[in-house]
Design a protein around this ligand. Structure first.
Ligand code: FDA
Length: 393
């Protein structure tokens, strides 16, 4: 096994407990660093709301149905049972998301205890320089700690996000070396950035958060999320933007309804009939005051008492707030991305076992072209793909 992260450790523990001899190699000195920093340090380790009959609802990839088999054979309930068996306290937050009460360290201890129970051997830090086929059809690895021979090789080296804690393209390189196809990787669950000059009117809003509806795609492929938006110095973040970023295609717009809970045209017409207040002050009932101020500053027709605003000006304001369309210039990249979209092409993998078309070579977790939504879905994929693989080794 190469990679002592979420998928690698879990697969190693299950395989070891099935009686297999397992060696885990990781080039990093620390174990499962991404698990440690996940979920703000509390690891959103799964989600109660996964509809395995409709995996495309929560997973992105060239074939979103690929993950169905593994997810239905090892479910969120199975992982919750394991967490409970280890006495780890946890709680449910928003939308079925489960987090550790204390810290993600509890989850890492659990994964290591499961490895111990399976007699798993682990070498860290231990880089892998080369992998080749051996004469008997197994694999030979050149590592920092000498050569390793194995009949079966599992790659669990994750994606490219957060290079500072050891992310590499190792898995993609091995896939290509053995003639497997890969889907071009790109950052997912990542803040979006905007051109400096175009962003100037909003730069002062950094730190502001509000609930929105956000969408991207054309009529056929439209995807919408109802989540919180966060303004940053360089652009937009928050759960709404992280979710939409996994669907956003470079050069296309995103559209945001900044006041989804109110019928703005009706509310503004009503306000015009009764209020002497400035339009910005009326608007501040429905959106944060800082946003209302920044918004009306964009048009002199809006900088007056609401009863003096023309119907046309009010209609324009309502339309722009409910359908703010903007084209991101890019993303904050792998430095900030929670996941990597793309990866080893699922057409070259078995959905039953995660074995690739190259016999004896398996890929599990984020290195595969299966990416979950924000909310514990990526860890559930790591557990489920790892389990499917461990049962088939
Ligand atoms: P993972 O990245 O966990 O492990 C890969 C391992 O391979 C690492 O230990 C690495 O050192 C090792 N490795 C890499 N290259 C190697 C090489 N060349 N040689 C040897 N070893 C190598 N998901 C979720 O469901 N809930 C959440 O709360 C969060 N939160 C979150 C926050 C942040 C900041 C990030 C960056 C990500 C998340 N995620 C998340 C995503 C989640 O962490 C991720 O999808 C899983 O950790 C993927 O598990 P893997 O085991 O596939 O890779």
């Amino acid at each position: 096994m190469v990679g002592a992260g979420a998928a690698g450790l879990f697969c190693a523990g299950v395989a070891g407990q099935r009686g297999l001899k397992v060696l885990v190699l990781d080039h990093s000195a620390k174990v499962a660093e991404k698990v440690r920093i996940s979920g703000g340090g509390r690891a959103n380790f799964t989600n109660r709301d996964i509809d395995v009959r409709q995996p495309h609802k929560h997973f992105v990839g060239a074939n979103p149905h690929f993950c169905r088999s593994a997810l239905s054979r090892y479910t969120a309930a199975d992982f919750i049972d394991l967490v409970q068996k280890h006495g780890i306290p946890f709680h449910e937050k928003h939308k079925g998301q489960l987090f550790c009460d204390r810290s993600a360290g509890d989850l890492i201890d659990m994964l290591l205890a499961e490895c111990d129970a399976g007699g798993v051997d682990r070498r860290q830090p231990c880089g892998v320089q080369a992998v080749r086929l051996s004469a008997d059809g197994g694999y030979e690895l050149d590592t920092d700690q000498g050569p390793v021979q194995t009949a079966k090789l599992v790659i669990a080296t994750g994606g490219l996000s957060i290079p500072a804690i050891g992310a590499t393209d190792f898995g993609f390189r091995i896939a290509r070396q053995f003639g497997l196809r890969t889907v071009e990787p790109r950052p997912g669950l990542v803040p979006l950035t905007f051109d400096g000059a175009a962003w100037a009117p909003y730069a002062d809003l950094a730190g502001l958060a509000l609930p929105v509806l956000i969408e991207t795609g054309d009529k056929k492929n439209r995807i919408v999320f109802a989540e919180d938006l966060l303004f940053t110095h360089r652009g937009l973040s928050g759960p709404a933007v992280l979710q939409i970023s996994s669907y956003w295609q470079a050069g296309t717009p995103i559209r945001i309804n900044l006041a989804p809970e109110v019928d703005l045209p009706a509310a503004l017409t009503e306000a015009k009939q009764r209020s002497r207040k400035l339009l910005a002050n009326e608007l501040a009932q429905w959106v944060p005051a800082r946003l209302a101020d920044a918004w009306v500053a964009q048009d002199p027709d809006w900088q007056r008492p609401v009863m003096e605003c023309s119907d046309k000006a009010l209609a324009r304001l309502a339309e722009r707030l409910a359908r703010w369309e903007l084209v991101p210039t890019g993303t904050e990249g792998y430095k900030k991305a929670e996941v990597t979209l793309g990866g080893v092409d699922t057409r070259d993998l078995s959905q039953q076992s995660m074995e690739s078309k190259q016999p004896g070579l398996y890929f599990i977790g984020e290195v595969v072209d299966v990416t979950g939504w924000l909310g514990g879905y990526n860890f559930q994929w790591a557990w489920a793909s790892a389990h499917a693989c461990a049962m088939a080794l």
